[in-house]
Design a protein around this ligand. Sequence first.
Ligand SMILES: Cc1ncc(COP(=O)(O)O)c(C=O)c1O
Length: 405
Amino acid sequence: MNDSVAWRHITPKVEAINHRIRELEWEPARRNNFVAYTPEVGTPYVHLDGERFLMMSGYGYVGLNGDPRVLEAAKAAVDTYGTGTPGVRALAGTVPLHEELEGEIAKFFGREGALVFSSGYAANVGTIGALVGAGDTIFLDKLDHASIVDGAQLSGAKLTRFRHNDPKHLDSRLAAADKSGTLLVIVDSVYSMDGDIAPLPELREVCDRHGALLMVDEAHALGTIGATGRGIEEHFNYEVKADIKVGTLSKAVPSNGGYLCGSEAFLQYLKRLARPFLFSAALNPAAVGAALETIRILDREPWRVTHAQTESARFRSIVQEAGFDTGLSQTAVVPLIVGSDENAWDFATASRKAGVIGLPVMTPAVEKGRARLRIAITAAHSKDDVDAGAEAFITAARQLRLIGG
Ligand SMILES: Cc1ncc(COP(=O)(O)O)c(C=O)c1O
């Protein structure tokens, strides 16, 4: 490593990270991060070094990655618009397909309009930065996604955290807050590492009482909750609404990009103030075409949502019965919590040897002692896949004595 004076504070940090990687991955068979699996497109299987594995930790909740209709739409978009966009959206970057996608997203969610960003991360950072700044206060659930935390920190607003899914604690935080500026509460609709759902009606009530805006990040809610996969408002039977709704086109939707739903007037404001929207190239045509076709298919094929919901509930009950701690999971995201980081790493390695990929999530992404394999059940998983996956995880965990039996 570079030992020049200029690098002296950075070199020890680089070495510490590399040391930790060597501790976990002392042989190639123990590699669990950055492994370049080749997907068997259209199925939940992947390939590595001539072997075939069942992927149980991917996204694609509605099973449309590789669907011929989505592939065709992406190809048609490239044929019509090329592989890149000639600029940022405000200048030469907007093509008709962007506006078509925004219209379709707004229609799907029953909102006046939508705006597409280059990622879900950019949608969060851009929206938060355009909404609040110095003199305002943001209230984040303790388990909110990193893109929300980063957006909040960059915004310059005062940042306050409240206990996970605890509207009473939010209430006390809001009661103590300086009310002279905007109060913005932000939650994930479905928590990405735990698979539980935000208590929207209670949060709405607390926000209304204190005059606070409520923003939801639907990254893991689109396609997974609500009878037709329309997310948290549908999940709670449209009893209440969020003020601001942000999501991604990279989880249920097998593409890239992020979106925000809102009124036309608010979208005009964001188009001029959301910096990651304003200063980053427009989403590329293939991604837009794939996302547009996926939203249309999802609208016509709600069985995809039902299938993933039914199979994730079945998977959860099989693994719970075998003694796994699945935390607070209520959705397609099912953590298999096994304690230390080393346990999770060993468990992932043993599962792959059994033919199934479950990827480890460790500190600092989750609390110390709560490391896990983060399993995601999708509409691409058949009942047999789910049974085979559960059995492989159970066998691997028993061998390692992570569960009894
Ligand atoms: C809750 C949540 N929000 C936002 C994002 C960012 O989405 P994208 O991958 O589109 O940047 C993620 C991605 O992991 C997420 O889990």
